[in-house]
Ligand binder design. Structure first.
Ligand code: MRU
Length: 355
């Protein structure tokens, strides 16, 4: 375990923030259309927010949690004065049912639920729930920046390193900075980044559409590769670290993240490449013993049979489409959070930070 970050409460976002809060409405950047089109959707109620999360308008574990918190604030804004506590809690159930794997969603709803329980009136609930959502949003950016400092210590970046990443873990997946991509941003700032290799990340192409877009906008050197090219890249010696985010981390240090992460960890161990998971403490679920307990979302077969309405497989072929997998703790060199880093994670190391 290490822990000595220099950045204090820095909540400046970088890159394109995925949500904008206006007090009585929420705007979400429709990430399904990126990078071709920057289209903002105005959402006015919790049901609409839940639908946007389910449909991947907004995605990425921390961004889902923050968006759900704003969804609860909207629920208070739009409910009538009768039975307001029960009405808001029903809306919270809708939000909780949107996606199952990222624990940040349930963490944020739990926090909003505690604030709601302490409210004496609807007027108070409207104000305090909105404030809490804004706080959750702000704290996420602070946490991202602090974990990037810790990650730099772990990497011990004294000379530029090549990094392979998976999915999108940047500003678009968080409150506006990034977990794994935040670490990569910091490496670039410190002139310790040789190049980022971005897995395109089938089937939603978060790597190609979002990560490559975010990095290119900031002039961070990025090369896009198919997911299948990862082994060849590692064998070439161009990659020193694989750095990924997480959707849920259990008490023993197992990590659920975008499907394909587990394969990267196996490949990294084979090739002597280091493997880091960067995530805020809101992604840690100490209530679950190990990764086998994590609910893994499976999505529609059409996501593999079609691409943007074009058929790319036989229309009735059986499909296996889990969208997350679990990387065992034994394949991870370090889990880095805003509280510090756990090296060679196991239950003891995890408890020392998240008891
Ligand atoms: O299906 P998605 O796009 O929501 O999956 C996102 C990921 O798996 C990310 O790696 C994870 O949420 C970390 S984001 C900081």
């Amino acid at each position: 375990m290490t822990g000595k970050a220099s950045t204090k409460n820095d909540n400046r976002s970088v890159g394109t923030v995925p949500m904008r809060w206006h007090g009585d409405s929420l705007e979400l950047l429709d990430q399904r259309l990126l990078p071709g089109e920057e289209h903002w959707i105005t959402v006015e109620g919790a049901a609409g927010v839940a639908q946007c999360i389910r449909d991947m308008v907004v995605r990425g574990a921390p961004a889902i949690g923050i968006t759900a918190a704003y969804g609860v604030a909207l629920a208070a804004r739009h409910c009538g004065s009768e039975d307001w506590q029960a009405t808001i809690r029903r809306d919270m159930e809708l939000l909780a049912a949107s996606r199952p794997t990222a624990v940040n969603l349930f963490w944020a709803l739990e926090r909003m639920g505690q604030v709601l329980s302490a409210c004496q009136s609807l007027h108070q609930a409207r104000e305090t729930l909105a404030n809490e959502a804004v706080t959750i949003h702000r704290e996420d950016v602070e946490a991202n920046r602090r974990m990037a400092d810790y990650a730099l210590e772990v990497i011990g970046a004294d000379k530029p390193v090549g990094v392979l990443t998976h999915c999108n873990t940047g500003a678009l997946a968080t409150g506006g900075y990034g977990t794994a991509l935040g670490v990569i941003r910091r490496l670039h700032e410190e002139k310790c980044l040789r190049r980022v290799y971005a897995d395109e990340t089938r089937p939603w192409l978060q790597g190609g559409r979002l990560t490559a877009w975010e990095l290119a906008q900031e002039g961070i050197p990025v090369t896009l590769n198919t997911d299948g090219a990862a082994a060849t890249l590692m064998a070439s010696g161009k990659v020193g670290w694989v750095i990924v985010g997480a959707d849920r981390i259990t008490a023993n240090g197992d990590v659920a993240n975008k499907i394909g992460t587990y394969s990267l960890a196996v490949l990294a161990r084979h090739h002597g490449v280091r493997f880091m998971v960067a995530a805020p403490s809101s992604t840690v679920d100490m209530a679950l013993q190990n990764g086998a307990d994590i609910p893994i979302e499976e999505r529609e077969a059409e996501e593999l049979r079609e691409f943007r309405g074009i058929q790319i497989a036989p229309p009735k072929v059986d499909v296996f489409n889990p969208v997350f997998d679990v990387t065992p703790a034994s394949l991870i060199d370090a889990i880095v959070t805003e509280r510090g880093a756990v090296h060679n994670p196991n239950i003891t190391g995890m408890r020392s930070l998240f008891a």
